[in-house]
Design a binder for this molecule. Structure first.
Ligand SMILES: [Zn+2]
Length: 139
């Protein structure tokens, strides 16, 4: 795979420097059978340094996970060497099954099979609260 270009696939750009590997793991990219490149500390006019992930295949990305890890990421869709689509991820409105509620009295601590769900309550402050007991999500 050419590091500079991919024919058909996805480029995850503007990842905060050093977060590339975290995203690689969160998206389980190691389970893909196509080429995946992580570029760390790429120069960026806007950010100084950034990470980039290039995936040599058009796959379905979990945008909620991406938005949760780093809402400043941009996604580029490449077809036949041409960028055909570009969009930003957003903070997910709900985080399901990623973060656990720490409140020992929360119903999710008692009912083990219940999914942990956090709801975005303040977009500006990026505040999430447990859907069941409203406990604040820890950073
Ligand atoms: Zn809770």
């Amino acid at each position: 795979m050419n590091i500079d270009s991919i024919r058909n696939g996805i480029v995850i750009d503007h990842i905060q420097a050093k977060k590339g590997l975290e995203i690689y793991e969160a998206l389980k990219l190691n389970e893909l059978d196509c080429s995946v490149a992580i570029i760390t500390n790429a120069k960026s006019k806007k950010m100084g340094k950034k990470d980039i992930i290039k995936i040599d295949k058009d796959i379905n990305l979990d945008l909620d996970i991406l938005g949760y890890i780093d809402p400043n990421i941009t996604i580029n869709i490449i077809e036949n060497d041409v960028r055909v689509d570009k969009y930003h991820v957003e903070l997910p409105k709900e985080i399901v099954g990623i973060v656990k509620c720490k409140n020992p009295r929360c119903i999710t601590s008692i009912e083990q099979e219940l999914k942990h769900i956090f709801v975005l309550t303040d977009k500006e402050k990026k505040t999430y609260r447990c859907k069941y007991c409203e406990t604040l999500k820890e950073e």
